[in-house]
Write a protein of this length. Structure first.
Length: 536
């Protein structure tokens, strides 16, 4: 008779909804096959590919009726409908492993659990000689939230395509399903737009970068920083992610964070004056001009963006738009009066509404940072709540979809330690336990309003993240904590259990050549005191 299993004994992250132990174990050998159907064959190929380096051989993929041979069965079945559209069931016995789901996504998530049921050396990139056993278990699993995301900021420090693909694999392993790519900002334009080549010829390159913290600069490094993704590279990223059931959402920031674009095409700005791509961090005053000519250019840009990214949502930013230039421009003030608007906040709402209408006509949806609430929320827009959860509460109460991404818990550019030897970060303090404690559903929402909270997303703003090693170190293990927040129910979560599982999981990350902060260091936090206040 199966019994409830101690989840900590099987270091599965994020934690499955239920695990029951069986008798014995399944042994994976050269004779083992993966049996798939037409809908799950591609998933089987990915599974075989992920296991092959450590095994030293590639499992064969077969279709058709199961036999008595050692096999891993991947299938779609109405019997798994009770676990939902992304859920799965996994059963392992000495004879067979079977993963069933009602959708291909569920089958894929089941294979990620299977990888974690195998010995940790299965993540090695070179062959390992050992017995490959899987504990006999029965698992039923499904996610709490539909949106389980991470934002990468390539605008401040360019993130090479290879690192983006590696991050996609790591997100998939932890059952995350959204990659949000922040592609444009004051310090760099990172997406090729064929109709406007100067956006990358000029906008993707800044002359140098501030040294030290922007609040206390120590000069500039004198080294140009450049990089952008071609449209073909972005299509490759999108396809790679889609095969792993991850949606890539692009962010083209407007009306603010536009200095790099205005450096390339000064006529897009309010003053028309030539400016340089920004070389320091912080909020800059350059906004797009609210003219029809500028809106036409932005529609052209979005047309090319839509051709690359099939995501239902397009992120338009909308954050930190200082209105000084709009306030001081007689042309903009005349535009406000012409449109019958009250002020610059309503002008921003009007601006984003125009772009939102364009996207709606193309069958897409707008999402923006919570500043898009100011001046009136564009019809049908979703809100990404970053200044705490207040904006998300307001949006959900108004029946707009919400993704919770508050600085308080999921800003991974913030320090994760008070160790005085820690490399410079933007400030803030988001230790592992704080991320793990986050509940994306605020108590202020009724059950009906809570339905509009689609999930949560961590952010990796890259001002102080100049290398891929640093990017991974700031992400892990906090992204893993967030994956459990997004996947598991509050009743399932237990930080002590999480730390035990994470300690085992670190060997997998090491095999995958991931830079991370060891969980053991979390226990040292109490002895460090506080960082200098000007960095917090």
């Amino acid at each position: 008779m199966p019994t409830t299993f101690n989840h900590s004994q099987l270091a599965i992250l994020p934690q499955p909804k239920s695990i029951h132990a069986g008798e014995g174990s399944f042994t994976l050998t050269r004779e083992t096959v993966i049996r798939a159907d037409q809908q799950t064959r591609a998933i089987g190929l990915l599974l075989a590919e992920s296991l092959a380096p450590a095994l030293g051989f590639t499992l064969e993929i077969l279709t058709g009726t199961s036999t008595n041979q050692s096999e891993i069965v991947l299938g779609l079945s109405s019997d798994a409908a009770h676990v939902g559209s992304e859920g799965y069931t996994l059963s392992s016995s000495p004879e067979q492993i079977k993963i069933l789901a009602s959708t291909s996504a569920g089958v894929f998530y089941g294979t990620q659990t299977l990888r974690q049921l195998l010995p940790g050396e299965i993540f090695s990139r070179t062959p390992v000689t050992r017995t490959w056993e899987v504990q006999a278990v029965t698992i039923e699993d499904s996610p709490r939230f539909a949106w389980r995301g991470l934002m990468l900021d390539s605008a401040r420090h360019f993130i090479p395509k290879a690192e983006v693909l590696k991050m996609i694999d790591l997100l998939a392993l932890h059952k995350m399903n959204v990659l949000h790519m922040h592609l444009t900002d004051d310090q760099g334009w990172r997406i090729e737009i064929k109709k406007y080549p100067k956006l990358t010829e000029i906008g993707s390159r800044r002359a140098e970068t501030v040294v030290g913290h922007a609040w206390h600069p120590e000069g500039y490094d004198g080294t140009p920083h450049a990089g952008f993704y071609s449209q073909d590279e972005l299509r490759e990223i999108v396809a790679y992610a889609a095969a792993r059931f991850i949606t890539v959402i692009p962010e083209i920031d407007m009306p603010g964070h536009a200095q790099a674009a205005i450096a390339a095409y000064p006529e897009l700005g309010v003053t028309g004056e030539q400016v340089a791509v920004a070389t320091t961090w912080g909020i800059h005053p350059y906004l797009y001009s609210p003219t029809e000519a500028t809106l036409s250019v932005l529609r052209d840009i979005l047309t090319e963006v839509l051709d690359i990214f099939p995501s239902p949502y397009i992120h338009l930013g909308g954050d930190e738009a200082i209105k000084n230039q709009w306030e001081e421009s007689s042309e903009v003030q005349a535009r406000i009066k012409e449109l019958g608007l009250q002020d610059e906040h309503e002008l921003q709402s009007w601006f984003l509404t125009q772009m939102g209408k364009f996207l709606t006509q193309q069958g897409r949806l707008v999402i923006g940072w919570d500043e898009i609430l100011e001046g009136g929320l564009p019809e049908g827009a979703a809100v990404m709540s970053w200044r705490g959860v207040g904006g998300g509460i307001t949006a959900a109460q108004a029946h707009h979809d919400v993704v919770m991404a508050p600085t308080t818990h999921v800003y991974f550019d913030y320090y994760q330690t008070n160790d005085p030897a820690e490399t410079l970060a933007i400030g803030g303090y988001t230790p592992l336990d704080k991320t793990y404690s986050f509940d994306p559903i605020p108590e202020e929402l009724t059950a009906e309003q809570a339905r509009y909270v689609k999930g949560t997303e961590g952010t990796l703003w890259s001002e102080y993240i100049p290398t891929t090693d640093r990017l991974e170190y700031m992400a892990f293990p906090r992204v893993i904590a967030l994956s459990e927040v997004a996947w598991s129910t509050p009743e399932q979560r237990d930080f002590a259990s999480f730390r035990q599982r994470l300690a085992h999981h670190e060997a997998r990350l090491t095999h995958l050549n991931v830079s991370f902060r060891p969980v053991a260091t979390w226990e040292q936090e109490q002895s460090f005191g506080e960082r200098p206040s000007h960095y917090r």
